[in-house]
Ligand binder design. Structure first.
Ligand code: BES
Ligand code: ZN
Ligand code: ZN
Length: 501
């Protein structure tokens, strides 16, 4: 779908050529393009402001059927994210006009403070990420995603940039896959269906798949997962995806193992602590951690990354019923610790601790990262676009922060204060699943998880805010965003070249 187009620009036979001019600097060095842009800015209302766009037809000496200009705004404000956003807008405009394919023309690196690979990568990312529509449930499909996205280069690009196109397409397809799972309605992704869907997708890749049904969970003593799933007719499960890297011949380097754990609550009603109407309607989003982990593993396998990665995904539906877990129940979790379930709506942490303890015991990961739409409190703290990052390991946290900044899946480091642990003290069990204060809900949730981590370098990412778009953004429609897939893939790449002393 994403490919490079080379040759004489004026002779390109394409339905749409896209340029990205800015307000106060000429970004295209080819004098014909620079002149054309200059004239349009002089003769029309288009001033290349951020978000401005203009379609032009019948351009002299240009074979392309139309030209689209998308303004980048002030030169000083251009960065990777403004490029992603602009390419995303261009693709959305073209989709709305039912254009089937576009060729984007990146500005030249010379006048920019970004290098050519960063410019190409960002534009391609924005374009591919925006090329997604969730219309499976609509009888009338008004628009279709573009069939082709071309990236123009006057001469065939060198190897490094060509490989980038394949890389960007693979990673963005991973994000689309995660969005797809999140967007599925909760009646079509109950635990058995969701696990099957992950299995189907993973089967085509080089991944080892293990599925734990309810009986297997009982045998293992995964009381956290079983308790949360007890109210639903679709029984709880856990799916594990293992990726083995192609081992370089003769290398004795012991490959590190990373374990990823994703919260998979296919619908979070709150259980007996039923959520109010307002909080309920979007609760299909509560599989976002699971979707990101499954899609990341599939992507990691497609990219053949050089690190062993294991994804552990507990999947349940949190429903009230005569069999549902009650507030006040005490369970003995896989770790051996007992938990007082003070609130059945704090269910994510109960399934995560069993999955995390299992991952540590069986796979002995050096690094363990969990992703979860864990708390509304994290959204209160950081809003809808930034994830909460919790880790006692500053070095690991830094890797995640750096990746997040680079790919614009932003994380903000939050504290894990020792003394707040007291808020989780239970009179009747080893620990309770909610803090006894109405404040710092995201922090007490992370502290609860921390109590179950033994030796791995661990980070917890609360993605309750950025996992889901209430309104469409520049390169993502309303609904699941796929947050976490690109982040994890980038982190895994950093970790695979990192040597532990
Ligand atoms: N799935 C929710 C968290 C959530 C809320 C995600 C809004 C996305 C949007 C989680 O299971 C939950 O219900 N958390 C409770 C915890 C409370 C009972 C301590 C919350 O945040 O209110
Ligand atoms: Zn809940
Ligand atoms: Zn939840």
């Amino acid at each position: 779908m994403l490919h490079f187009v080379s040759g004489e620009l004026s002779r390109l036979d394409t339905p749409c050529l896209v340029f990205f001019p800015c307000e106060n600097k000429a970004l295209y060095q080819d004098p014909r393009i620079a002149d054309m842009i200059e004239k349009i800015i002089q003769r029309t209302d288009f001033k290349a402001k951020s978000g401005e766009e203009i379609f032009l037809y019948d351009i002299e000496k240009i074979q392309a059927r139309r030209i689209l200009l998308v303004g980048l705004g002030k030169y000083e404000k251009i960065n990777r994210e403004t490029l992603r956003a602009s390419a995303g807008k261009a693709v959305k405009h073209c989709i709305h006009k039912n254009i089937v394919s576009v060729t984007i023309c990146p500005p030249d690196p010379e006048p920019m403070n970004l290098d050519a690979p960063s410019i190409h990568e960002s534009l391609m990312e924005g374009a591919v990420l925006a090329n997604y529509i969730f219309d499976q449930y609509k009888k009338e499909k008004k628009h279709k995603p573009l069939k082709q996205i071309g990236c123009y280069s006057p001469t065939p690009p060198h190897e490094k940039i060509r490989k980038l196109a394949a890389y960007v397409e693979t990673v963005c397809r991973g994000a689309h896959l995660a969005r797809q799972w999140v967007n599925m309605p909760p009646n079509d992704k109950r635990p058995d269906q969701f696990v099957k869907s992950i299995q189907e997708a993973a089967k085509k890749e080089n991944l080892r798949i293990s599925i734990f049904n309810e009986k297997a969970l009982q045998k293992q003593g995964m009381a956290g997962i079983l308790a949360v799933g007890s109210g639903s007719r679709s029984r709880p499960q856990m799916i594990i995806l293992e990726y083995f890297p192609p081992s370089p011949a003769g290398s004795r380097r012991k490959l590190k193992t990373v374990s990823l754990v994703g919260k998979g609550v296919t619908f979070d009603s709150g259980g007996i602590n039923l959520k109010p109407t307002d909080g309920l309607s979007d609760m299909k989003l509560d599989i976002s951690g699971a979707a990101a982990v499954a899609a990341a593993l599939i992507t990691i396998s497609r990219l053949k990354l050089n690190l062993r990665v294991v994804g552990v995904i507990p999947v349940v539906e949190n429903m009230p019923s005569g069999d549902a877990v009650r507030p006040g129940d005490i369970i003995e979790t896989f770790s051996g610790k007992t938990v007082e379930i003070a609130n059945t709506d704090a269910e994510g942490r109960l399934i995560l601790i069993d999955a995390m303890s299992y991952a540590e015991k069986i796979y002995k990961p050096d690094v363990m990262i969990d992703l979860a739409t864990l708390t509304g409190a994290c959204m209160v703290a950081l809003g809808e676009k930034i994830a909460g990052l919790f880790s006692p390991d500053d070095e690991l946290a830094e890797f995640i922060l750096v990746s997040g900044e680079k790919i614009h899946e932003r994380c903000w480091k939050m504290p894990l204060p020792e003394d707040y642990k007291d808020l989780l003290k239970s009179d009747v069990a080893d620990i309770k699943n909610v803090g006894s204060s109405r404040y710092a809900g995201a922090v007490t949730a992370a502290l609860f998880l921390k109590e179950f981590v033994k030796t791995a370098r661990w980070a917890h990412i609360d993605i309750a805010g950025p996992a889901y778009n209430k309104k469409e953004s520049d390169y993502c429609p309303a609904g699941g965003t796929g947050f976490g897939v690109r982040l994890i893939v980038d982190v895994i790449q950093q970790l695979s070249s990192f040597k532990r002393d």
